[in-house]
Design a protein around this ligand. Structure first.
Ligand SMILES: C[S@@+](CC[C@H](N)C(=O)[O-])C[C@H]1O[C@@H](n2cnc3c(N)ncnc32)[C@H](O)[C@@H]1O
Length: 233
């Protein structure tokens, strides 16, 4: 039996989890494990610390259909210090950005932005943007066209409302828009986590430009989180 399944260029799923082909050989971004396979170096993509990785582990569909193609134009809202963005970069851009991809990595925190900017120096193709994702037009100015793939992971209330606005302004028709929703970031409500998730899902469902493809439960890997995968129609 094969040791791994390829989820696309530079992403492997093994029994113990996900690995990406390191675009900056010899360095880890946040202390993650690295290993060699022939002349290629791989970095461990921890599904307990990345909602994209958790989603790829938990989806009931083919995980390779949820990630952007190498060379795509992507928007990542809530990049933090860039740990998940770096793994996406391994796949979308590759070493020296030979795939010619682009990831617009947005965060509101200047503290996180400092670390993100340092990481971007060695990873061409990532554009760090200090902005409030609730105002997508402040992000749109960094895009020459609408993006192929948009991921949102924001620790703030009204996550679904903001996602609807962002996908409307920043995502191309036919593109994938994915939101990771953290129940604890929303205002308190009597129904608890499940109520938050259901309300967010029905709000997204009511947006005429979005078609829901899958709701993925991330609990166990990422507590109090689900992901909703949509396609822009
Ligand atoms: C859970 S962390 C993201 C972790 C990251 N996605 C990863 O996997 O490495 C949430 C991030 O959202 C950012 N954030 C919260 N509100 C925001 C807003 N309105 N606009 C942009 N970023 C925001 C926070 O600064 C924080 O870095």
């Amino acid at each position: 039996m094969a040791r791994y399944v390829s989820l696309g260029w530079g992403i492997r799923k093994e029994r113990g989890g996900l690995w990406t082909r390191n675009a900056v050989r010899g360095t880890s971004v946040r202390g993650e494990r690295r290993k060699r396979d022939g002349r290629v170096e791989w970095r461990k993509w921890d599904s307990h610390r990345s909602k994209v990785a958790a989603m790829l582990m938990r989806t009931k569909s083919d995980p390779s259909t949820l990630i952007p193609e190498p060379g795509s134009l992507c928007v990542y809202l809530g990049a933090s210090s860039g740990s998940t963005v770096s793994h996406l970069h391994d796949h979308i851009c590759g070493a020296g950005n030979h795939h010619d991809g682009k990831i617009i990595a947005v965060d509101i925190s200047s503290r996180m932005m400092r670390d993100l900017v340092i990481m971007c120096e060695t990873r061409p193709g990532i554009i760090p943007v200090l902005a409030d994702a609730r105002h997508p037009l402040s992000v749109a100015q960094y895009l020459q066209r609408k993006s192929d793939w948009l991921f949102q992971d924001l620790s703030m209330p009204d996550q679904a409302k903001s996602f609807i606005e962002s996908t409307s302004k920043l995502l191309t028709e036919g593109g994938l828009g994915i939101i990771s929703i953290k129940a604890a970031s929303e205002r308190w409500a009597p129904g608890g986590d499940e109520q938050h998730f259901d309300e967010s899902e029905s709000l997204i469902n009511s947006a005429s430009h979005l078609q829901i493809i899958e709701r993925i439960d991330l609990r166990g890997l990422e507590d109090q989180h689900i992901a909703i995968v949509t396609r822009k129609v």
